[in-house]
Design a protein around this ligand. Structure first.
Ligand code: HEC
Length: 406
């Protein structure tokens, strides 16, 4: 979409506006991909260059943009989903602020969950002030201020429950920023162990590895004695080519509790038109999973890449030619795993064999990932919402062609 062209002359009377740098530049933005660029044009209105605008900020489907008479930029954001009352729809004011800059609060904790009494070491050390001011630290737990003006804090939580710890940093001009995190007391994080025979991280053509997965959770029990049921543990084995791996590390190589396919789906534009249970512009993932099975993967991959309409109605799915087929296949597998009629459909058993055969016929440059994840039952017997206290842990073993794991 094309936004405005900035002319400082329009704002000579206002208290603040954008700097001269933006003079005669055109703002453009993309609804689906949530990016902005500032385009420099020459005197004949020909393209010279484009630079990203506010690349660190997250926007939610920018819809309309103006420079208002107060000199600020205003941006209407539609929200992630089509034709919905999106909670993330908003009117955003973007001001250029010169002079003192707001500090940036960063809060870290050595642990965020465990049994009571839980001793947590918190740190504000990652906070910064871009102007080099000395910062003042203010701490609060569940909204109650805690006397500690230090960069580090140790707090002991004696009672089960959910606690919100908030750090506020204040610079010498009084400008502040806050950051918070949630500590769950009374629920320990589950532990997962994966054992393999042979004990090697190297894959070979058609090689076979036997694996055993065990899950232990202080509150829920163990997978060994069945108090944690196998159906609640997700076990997957997948092959990622070097290209797919490069894509993953380009987005920061986060260790995520989500299966690969879910991560890719969440990160792509699918959410604009799809939801797990509701019909948005496109059908719900559950409806898709109920309609198709593994034999349809090839058809669905092609459909997502080429786009199309007619199966579920008149609305069309946009084409996705930029997505590599193996990633789309991971997305389709994730969507198919959501079949509401198939509760056991969580992937592999807790004990079994896997075979290295997905790389055959390709360059041996990728990795196999055997991954197990478990979401615990959360805090029970507590006034707080159990769902939000649930903890998910995943463990993985990475097999490479030369046996060197990360
Ligand atoms: C612009 C909206 C839009 C986006 C973005 C979108 N979809 Fe769709 N999707 C649709 C619509 C509409 C349909 C129904 C098409 C039809 O009836 O043939 C559909 C259908 C599907 C189907 C079932 C296809 C069939 O023929 O039954 C799958 C699977 C799917 N989408 C996955 C995805 C994935 C994965 C993404 C992200 C990479 C995505 N979609 C992005 C709108 C969209």
């Amino acid at each position: 979409m094309a936004g405005p062209i900035f002319h400082a002359n329009d704002f000579v009377q206002t208290a603040r506006t954008f700097p001269a740098y933006f003079e005669n530049k055109l703002f453009i933005y993309e609804w689906m991909r949530d990016w902005f660029f500032v385009v420099t044009l020459d005197t004949n209105q020909q393209y010279v260059r484009a630079e990203q605008f506010m690349p660190q900020s997250q926007f939610s489907h920018p819809m309309d943009m103006i420079f208002a008479s107060d000199g600020n930029m205003y941006l209407l954001e539609y929200g992630q989903q089509w034709k919905k009352q999106n909670q993330d729809a908003r009117l955003n004011r973007i001001s250029y602020v010169s002079g003192n800059r707001k500090p940036n609060a960063k809060l870290t904790a050595d642990k965020v969950a465990g049994s009571a009494p839980l001793v947590v070491n918190l740190s504000a050390a990652g906070s910064v002030d871009y102007d080099g001011d000395t910062l003042e630290y203010q701490w609060a737990i569940n909204g109650e201020p805690v006397a500690n003006n230090q960069e580090l804090g140790t707090f002991t939580f004696d009672e089960n429950g959910e606690y919100i710890v908030e750090l506020t940093v204040v610079d010498s001009a009084g400008q502040k920023d806050s950051s918070s995190l949630t500590i769950i007391v009374g629920n320990d994080a589950p532990e997962i162990s994966i054992t393999i025979t042979p004990d090697s991280y190297k894959y070979s053509d058609n090689g076979v590895v036997s694996y055993t997965i065990e899950v232990f959770d202080e509150q829920d029990g163990t997978s060994e004695n069945g108090s944690i049921s196998a159906g609640d543990i997700s076990v997957t084995f997948e092959y990622l080519s070097a290209t797919a791996l490069a894509e993953t590390s380009a987005v920061g190589h986060q260790v995520s509790s989500k299966p690969k396919g879910q991560e890719l789906t969440d990160k792509s534009d699918c959410r604009a038109c799809h939801d797990i249970i509701r019909t948005v512009n496109g059908p719900s993932y559950q409806a898709i999973a109920a309609k198709y099975d593994e034999t349809d993967v090839r058809f669905l991959v092609a459909k997502i890449i080429n786009g199309g309409a007619g199966v579920w109605g008149d609305s069309a799915m946009s084409a996705h030619p930029q997505l590599p087929p193996e990633e789309v296949a991971a997305m389709v597998n994730y969507i198919l795993s959501l079949d509401p009629n198939n509760i056991e459909n969580k992937g592999l058993p807790l004990k079994g064999n896997v075979r290295f055969e997905k790389h055959l016929g390709q360059q041996k440059d990728g990795q196999y990932i055997l991954r197990a994840s478990y979401q615990d039952k959360g805090l029970t017997n507590s006034a707080i919402d159990t769902d939000s206290s649930r903890l998910t842990i995943s463990e993985q073993i990475i097999f490479t062609a030369n046996g060197k794991s990360e």
